[in-house]
Design a binder for this molecule. Structure first.
Ligand code: FE2
Ligand code: FE2
Length: 158
């Protein structure tokens, strides 16, 4: 697996860890900590989703010509995850730990199913089809100067 893909997988793990902190706070009935940790989770999730939606998916669609394939499914799943995230956050804001934990249970399942598809199917397809993946994702480093990564990064940022 390339370094760029490893970074994406690491973001999945970081989001999982952060959501676990929310659950732990809810189980202790610490609503302030749950809210704080949930907002951090939300920032990490949105950063990751935006990286996929604004950089990875368009690059995949452009490289493969598949604009009506797996990326459509992934975007739809992001929408489902966001809807459930809103539900969980509303329950936290309303100081309803039981409802929040129930929503987070389902949220966890959706996220795991989504991540497995990305890690086992979409990311390997991206790795095989997108030139200069690290640069496209803004991770820098590129291929060590032997190729046109810098130009690809500029193009992706434009
Ligand atoms: Fe995703
Ligand atoms: Fe992802």
């Amino acid at each position: 697996m390339s370094q760029a893909m490893q970074k994406l997988v690491k973001q999945h793990i970081e989001c999982d860890d952060q959501l676990n902190r929310v659950e732990a706070a809810l189980q202790k009935g610490d609503m302030a900590s749950a809210g704080r940790n949930f907002r951090l989770f939300n920032e990490q999730l949105e950063d990751h989703f935006r990286l996929e939606e604004e950089r990875l998916f368009p690059a995949f669609e452009q490289a493969t010509g598949m604009s009506n394939g797996p990326t459509v499914v992934m975007r739809n799943e992001h929408a489902e995850i966001r809807a459930l995230r809103d539900e969980a956050y509303a329950a936290i804001e309303a100081s309803q730990p039981e409802q929040a934990l129930a929503a987070i249970d389902t949220l966890n399942v959706l996220i795991q199913q989504h991540n497995v598809k990305e890690e086992n199917v979409l990311y390997p397809m991206c790795g095989g089809s997108i030139p200069h993946l690290a640069a496209v994702l803004g991770f820098g480093g590129g291929c060590g100067g032997a190729c046109s990564c810098a130009a690809a990064a500029k193009e992706a940022a434009a």
